[in-house]
Each structure stands twice: as C-alpha cells, then as structure tokens.
Ligand binder design. Structure first.
Ligand code: DGY
Length: 321
C-alpha cells in the first residue's frame, strides 16, 4: 500500500524523523531553511499532509493555493496564530496543534524568567564574565524577594496554571485574568479578575500566558503598563505580538518597570534591537518548549494527528476546527 506523503517544513528531532520515515513518504528539510509561501505551495504538490512549525505562515492565500491533495496541516506547536484556521475550514483542510505536551517545559521557562528578572541574573552574569566583580558587597545587585509578592497571570490555561503551581512553591499570591473563571478546584486559591485592567493593578509580577489572537495583539500597551504597580516585572512566554515593544522598552528605561523576562518577540527572530541594550531585560530566544522530551512529545502529538487522518481514517485528536 502506498505510504501517504508528508511535507515536513522544518528539521524535526531524530526520533520524530524516524517515525516519519517509517510510516510516511516524508519530504524532509534537513537544512532547516524556512520556506517562502511560494515554496510551501510548490513543495506541497502531491502531498497528503503537511507538518509545519510556527515559523510557517499559513495565510488565506497559501491555503487557497495548496494542492487539492493536502488533507491536513499539523503544526508542531500549541500556538496556532500562524494558521488561518477559518481559511482551512473553508477549504476543508484539517488543521491541528499540540496542546498539553509542552506545559511544564514552558512554565519552567516562565519561572526561570521571573527569577532572572527579580534577581538581576543578566547583570550578575555580565559582571562576573566581564571581570568586573570586585568582591561581595552588602548592596551589590539587589533584586527583590518573590515570597509575598502578587503574581498576575494573564491567560490561565494549562501553562498559566502550571506557572501558578510553581509560584505557590515560591510563596507568591496568585491572581489571574482569563476569558472565563476556572472551577474552584483548578483555581487552587487564586483570585479571579474579570478584566485585565483589574489584574494589572495588583500584579507585582505579570506573566503573559494567553494565546495571540486579533483581540490580544498589542494588548500590553502604554496605557495598560501604566496600571501596573511601580517597579513591577513583566514576563512573556506566550507570543511577542501581545506586547507593544516601544511601550515596554520605554517603561523599562524610565524605571516604571523594574525588569522584564522575555522568551518571545514580535517579528522573531528580528526582535526590537533596543531590548539588547537594556540591563533589566532578561532575554531568551524562544526556548519555552526546548527540552528533548518535550520536543519529542510535540512531534509525536503532531504525528498522532497526521496518523489519525491519513493512516486510520479517524478524527484528528487535536483538531482546530
Ligand atoms: C508553541 O508550541 O506554540 C511554541 O511556542 C513553539 O512555537
């Protein structure tokens, strides 16, 4: 029997590529070069499915020009702002993502950012590596305690809840804003805020864990940053386009905000260069889900979706429409 053909747009972890090769006629991308829209369409000729990443923009134009053969687009990511799901639905192309398998890895990085921002890890590391450390001082590189501080979580889905669990262990008080209030057992003592504005006012540390949607784009703008307590910390492990970069940079420069920890940026990898000159910005290159175990799970989950549709004729477990 003919193996279905999959266009794989990025290099995959070895275990994922092995499963792809075993079960599919896989068009791999060993050079890991990001394809243009035209290339995506051309390379998909005759393919039954596509395994893509958040670097691939599946716009309505791309969907409209995909070959008829493509039945499913599986993204190797939980975020799916790069896929026009409505266009997929209109053309009958199934779209899927990988929820639930990168929760802990991403929450760990959120906490790494919270700690790094609160304890001035970038400045400390730079001082030491550049030979500027003259010895122990009572007032050297003072950060702030997390214990007793209020953590505001914007977006209390799986990852937001995992950040909350970690924060409880650090003695923080949890507040959150979400489209809907969680059941009491999931809230685990956290205080619900029906509006983001109300949450911001009590957030000594703000963790952004909401999805990027037309409604949340640029949502953390100058007006909303002004609502945060003076000296607050902002951490983002979700998507960079939810933050107005100029406003955040201005607030980090003026001292309105103490620090930021950012793993995601608008226009990645071309982040706003002004961040690089800010000693109070702790910056990472989108490594929230970058563990061996998690990246394998993401690949296997994407494959489970492809397998369901292309090998077993079943509904995809993580269908987006
Ligand atoms: C995700 O899964 O959304 C990660 O951010 C990788 O894109």
């Amino acid at each position: 029997m003919r193996k279905p053909t999959i266009l794989v747009t990025r290099r995959m972890p070895p275990a994922v590529e092995a499963r792809l090769k075993r079960d599919y006629d896989a068009r791999l991308n060993p050079d890991d070069r990001i394809y243009s829209s035209e290339e995506l369409i051309a390379k998909a000729a005759g393919a039954d499915g596509m395994l893509i990443c958040s670097s691939d923009k599946i716009t309505p134009e791309v969907v409209a020009h995909l070959p008829e053969s493509v039945k499913i687009i599986a993204t190797f990511s939980v975020g799916y702002e790069h896929i026009d799901v409505m266009a997929c639905e209109a053309r009958g192309v199934i779209a899927t993502n990988t929820p639930g398998v990168l929760t802990d890895a991403t929450a760990d990085i959120a906490f790494l950012l919270i700690l790094a921002a609160a304890r001035r890890a970038y400045e400390a590391q730079t001082m030491l590596r550049q030979g500027q450390w003259t010895g122990w001082h009572t007032t050297m590189l003072l950060g702030i305690d997390l214990a007793g501080k209020r953590l505001g979580i914007f977006g209390m889905g799986r990852i937001g809840q995992a950040v909350a669990r970690r924060a409880l262990g650090f003695g923080m008080e949890i507040h959150y804003h979400n489209r809907s209030r969680l059941p009491q057992e999931l809230e685990a003592g956290a205080t619900y805020h029906p509006t983001l504005e109300s949450l911001l006012q009590v957030s000594d540390v703000l963790s952004i864990n909401a999805p990027s949607t037309p409604e949340t784009r640029n949502i953390l703008n100058a007006e909303r940053i002004a609502l945060l307590p003076d000296g607050a910390i902002v951490v983002n492990t979700a998507r960079g386009d939810m933050v107005d970069d100029a406003a955040l940079i201005g607030a980090l420069r003026s001292g309105k905000l103490r620090a930021a920890g950012l793993d995601v940026f608008a226009g990645e990898p071309n982040l706003n260069k002004e961040y690089l000159s800010l000693p109070n910005a702790y910056l990472l290159p989108h490594i929230g889900s970058a563990t061996i175990e998690t990246r394998d799970r993401m690949g296997f989950t994407a494959l489970d979706n492809l397998d369901a549709v292309l090998l077993h004729g079943r509904p995809a477990p993580n269908r987006l429409w």
